[in-house]
Design a protein around this ligand. Structure first.
Ligand code: DX5
Ligand code: ZN
Length: 220
């Protein structure tokens, strides 16, 4: 469905206090927690993997929205499933050959399959993954180059969101990168319903205010 899902990106949290940071975001009204898995190869940054997801899962039953910025997503399906990931979103740029197998395995591990695309990747590239017989259930439109939090939102990406929303009225469409009070209107009016926000939420004096502002914009 297209209900609003507000997903603080834990990349902007204090990783040394991950469990309490996660709980703080849930107390502030977060629906999902966005977990950025980076391998230092697909993107020039290295973050966390399945062991950290497994540790966090012991502290929380919440939906863990995992964004895999890795060159070989297939290698991560089993460990992430075992660790307790809820969503598994891989990048289309590295999955052109094997996305069918990937989606099948993600589902067999009980996770929700999603596909992400970088700013330079045309939206047409994800159509086959939405229309196939084993479709992805979410499309993540990157609104910054993946790799780091705190970058500037790219409004030109809203054409992709509009095109997707027109074509697929019931699809979960997530936006990620530079979302906050000053950019949410663009994303919401284009049709995004899943909103990732890192620095704007964690940097706020009152994260709960930012989360409710994001939600109200989507639900308007
Ligand atoms: C970037 C990550 C994002 C990032 C967003 O590669 O995918 O999830 O944490 O952070 P902000 O909201 O600060 O742009
Ligand atoms: Zn992300």
């Amino acid at each position: 469905g297209v209900a609003a899902k507000i997903a603080p990106s834990m990349l902007s949290s204090d990783f040394a206090n991950l469990a309490s940071e996660a709980q703080r975001m849930l107390d502030c009204g977060a629906d999902w927690l966005h977990m950025d898995i980076m391998d230092g190869h697909f993107v020039p940054n290295l973050t966390i993997g399945a062991p950290v997801i497994e540790s966090l899962r012991k502290h929380s039953k919440t939906y863990l929205d995992c964004h895999l910025m890795v060159t070989n997503p297939l290698d991560y399906v089993e460990p992430m499933g075992k660790a307790g990931a809820s969503g598994f979103t891989f990048h289309v740029e590295v999955s052109k050959e094997n996305w069918q197998e990937l989606v099948q395995r993600i589902k067999s591990k009980g996770m929700k399959p999603g596909v992400a695309l970088k700013p330079g990747t045309p939206i047409e590239e994800v159509y086959p993954l939405i229309e196939g017989e084993n479709p992805v259930e979410m499309v993540l439109v990157m609104t910054v180059e993946p790799g780091f939090g705190g970058q500037k939102f790219m409004p030109e990406m809203m054409d992709k969101v509009r095109t997707l929303r027109k074509k697929y009225p019931a699809l979960d469409i997530e936006v990620d990168g530079g979302l906050g009070p000053s950019t949410i209107e663009m994303a919401a009016s284009a049709g995004a319903n899943c909103i990732v926000a890192g620095s704007s939420v964690f940097g706020a004096a009152e994260p709960a205010h930012v989360i409710s502002l994001l939600r109200n914009s989507v639900e308007e």
